[in-house]
Design a protein around this ligand. Structure first.
Ligand code: COA
Length: 441
């Protein structure tokens, strides 16, 4: 049995250039995202640009260059972004690449239903264990499911990929071509939190009870929130992604997953975005249970956690509570990710709290993110019926079960003071407020 997979492994081993030779014009390629982005395979594919036409490359937020989205590759490659990272944003804004708004937990369904047939999956895995299983490591996300649906799977096998546990393995027999590599994984280094982010984090932390299960979006605010939780007890984690910020809480015994009724003693996630320190921390660590996103982000699954607190960010919130998180006006910026999956899951969890946390202003204080109306073309990610808590550095607005008047009042109170008068004027103009109901600041 053991020899079988070893022979299979040896037979499938080849170079990146040879592995991507099977790609044909018109094919669709899914690329593993985040810190697992298989850069050697991407480079090899670029080397074939002159022979290929209209190859669709579909992925969530990848790290690295994404050179296939550059103007010189137009015609050869066409990007479909399921979440827009920095590396493809200009291409999407220019119209050379496309953006698909979709709930993160529904992406794998596109592959499974055949609505989005995958010809190739490019991914990166750990070396096989003694039974021939290779871990998807830093990113199970939608990739495990994609690999099981694709016609052809090409894997970079990298000793630097941590062996994460859970539903995180592919067997050598499930891979078509193997390319051995030994490069460092791409890393994402967080920025230290700004004073505004620390103030937001303190308000958010005040909403988090002991034994809460946390979902943390990407960015400085979630990491700053974690730093405010060192005196909490028995926190859990059920999140599409996490970064280095959880490590100190785990080491201090604050984050244990012990109170989690769904996976007692486990921290559940779909992928990580972080540094080598984090990759080493999750390597072979039985505390972590990595699962495909279609499970992790299923709102029904999320809702089975007790005291589920979901913390996500936004670009703009209008006075009625509509939350724009994926575009700045008509310009696509990021994606739905798991925001709505977790907002809804947390809303239905016993003692759960869905939170949108954002700075009250943008562009060095010149623009209020609490706006009378969303900018023309802005995309609503979290609807005003889904929204519960909105938090800025100026406080907490609770909007669920509140009228438009109550929402406008609460949101104006947490707007930057320099914009409150203008927002109040708009609220009167739109009849959210009436002269007899002047809000008290
Ligand atoms: N008008 C104009 N510009 C705005 C703006 C507004 N209303 N709001 C933000 N911006 C600008 C900022 O100034 C910043 O520009 P800069 O980079 O030149 O400084 C840029 O847009 C990004 O804003 P910022 O608040 O720094 O973004 P972020 O990195 O904190 O990410 C989201 C915030 C909303 C984009 C991000 O959380 C996201 O994509 N969320 C949706 C998906 C999600 O929540 N998934 C769940 C977990 S991953």
């Amino acid at each position: 049995m053991m020899m079988d997979w070893m022979n299979d492994y040896t037979a499938k081993r080849t170079t990146a250039a040879d592995a991507v030779r099977a790609v044909r014009s018109g094919d669709r390629i899914y690329i593993q995202p985040s810190c697992a982005t298989p850069e050697d395979l991407v480079r090899a594919l670029l080397g074939r640009a002159r022979e290929l036409r209209d190859v669709e490359i579909i992925h969530m937020k990848t790290l690295g260059g994404a050179d296939y989205s550059h103007p010189e590759y137009e015609g050869a490659f066409r990007v479909v972004a399921l979440f827009i990272g920095d590396n493809v944003r200009d291409a999407v804004i220019d119209g050379r690449a496309e953006y698909m708004p979709i709930f993160l937990h529904e992406i794998e369904g596109l592959f499974e239903s055949g609505e989005c047939l995958l010809d190739f999956v490019f991914l990166q895995v750990s070396p096989p264990d003694k039974f021939g299983y290779m871990s998807l490591g830093v990113g199970v996300d939608c990739t495990l499911t994609a690999a099981r649906q694709a016609r052809y799977v090409i894997a970079e096998v990298n000793p630097n990929m941590p062996r994460t546990l859970g539903q995180s393995f592919l067997h050598v027999s499930e891979i078509d071509k193997i390319v051995e590599v030994n490069h460092p994984l791409p890393e994402l280094h967080g920025e230290p939190a700004s004073p505004v982010q620390v103030r937001i984090a303190k308000h958010v932390a005040s909403l988090i009870p002991d034994e809460a299960t946390l979902q943390l979006g990407i960015g400085a605010v979630p990491d700053a929130v974690l730093q405010c939780l060192t005196n909490h007890c028995n926190l859990g984690l059920h999140t599409e992604m996490f970064s280095d910020g959880v490590i100190p809480l785990i080491e201090k015994g604050v984050m244990t997953g012990a109170a989690n009724p769904l996976h007692p003693g486990k921290l559940v996630a779909g992928f990580v975005l972080g540094t080598r320190h984090l990759f080493d921390f999750i390597d072979d660590n039985p505390l972590f249970e990595f699962r495909p996103i279609k499970y992790v982000n299923d709102p029904f699954v999320i809702s089975q956690n007790r005291r589920m607190v979901a913390i996500n960010s936004a670009l703009q919130v209008d006075l009625t509570g509509q939350v724009c998180s994926d575009s700045i006006g008509t310009k696509p910026y990021s994606g739905f990710g798991g925001q709505v999956d977790f907002i809804r899951g947390a809303a239905h969890s016993e003692g759960g709290k869905p939170i949108i946390a954002l700075p009250s202003t943008a562009r060095r204080g010149t623009i209020s993110r609490i706006a009378p109306m969303l900018d023309p073309g802005a995309g609503v990610v979290t609807s005003r019926a889904d929204v519960h808590y909105v938090v800025t550095e100026h406080g907490i607005a609770y909007l669920h079960g509140k009228t438009l008047r109550q929402r406008a009042e609460a949101l104006i109170r947490i707007a930057d003071p320099a914009f409150r008068e203008e927002l109040t004027r708009s609220a009167y103009e739109f009849h959210y407020l009436r002269p007899s109901l002047v809000p008290v600041h």
